[in-house]
Design a binder for this molecule. Sequence first.
Ligand SMILES: [Zn+2]
Length: 332
Amino acid sequence: MLKVPINEIIEKISEASGLSDAEIKKKIQEKMNSLEGLVSEEGAAHIIAHELGIELFKTSYEKEVKIKELPIGLRKFEIVGVITNVFNVKTFKKQNKTGKVASFILEDETARIRVTLWNEATDLVETGKIAEGKTIKIKNGLVKINKYQGRENKEIHTTSGTKIEFDVEEKIEIHDRTKAPAYEFKNINQTKAGDLVKIRGTVVSVFMPKLYFACPECNKKIEVENEKGICKDHGDVKPKKTALFSFVVDDGTDNIRCVSFRETAESILNMSPEDIEVAQEENINQRILGDEVEIVGRVNENKQSGKKEILLSGVNKNLNPVQIAKSILGDN
Ligand SMILES: [Zn+2]
């Protein structure tokens, strides 16, 4: 094993995970205690890094890497993906300095990842260079653990070494969640619990989105005390801020409540959990109320109300009238 000074290991873990030095030292100490003196401080630090999925030695990838394989802590890499969601630029204040931040979702065949742009780099969003549907290549940045999502959800932060290329010829096939073959077009009055359906209708009522804390392992709602979460199945966990958004769709035959969670809720609203936290009612209504939508999901029976509802796996908000006509005529 390569000899790396303990302070460098701690610095690397801190940079990639967002944990403070004190939190990491505490984890190292706990690990040493639990292994009853079998490992050194360095050894324990390596184990902590491994548990968090942080790559300590590999610093660069020679060739392109897929999003799923992107190791946490990496700074030199090349990835190509399709932009599938762009979030608005926001300004923030930190230590009396004003900064700007924006983010977007990049997808390839293997996974999706949030890319966060800081300060001048946010111009790419404001000028429309970063836009949905574009294929781009990102060279270099910092791969970090998304602190709201846990280790399975990495994110890329741009750094001074980041370059983004827009003239990419490579063709990326992304998995389109709204086109899964098992989903069948139905009228709302024909649906029953258990059906996997696609429905076209109008959003007639919208509920304010909510945030709750969930376990990063199983996504179940958990109680949080002093920033610590406790899951019945997974013990002490880092709470994940999770969005819940629901609305009612009417297709002329009936209406049904549609419920979305996590990334699905975020992508329907085109908002991050941080955006949702400060959102106003008008702002939410503007995004979706009155829209013609195609919803995709599973019909469930709500245990409390006994009414049918749809657990959404996707919403297509940009309906193309020609496509609709073709599919109604059975030409799709
Ligand atoms: Zn859990």
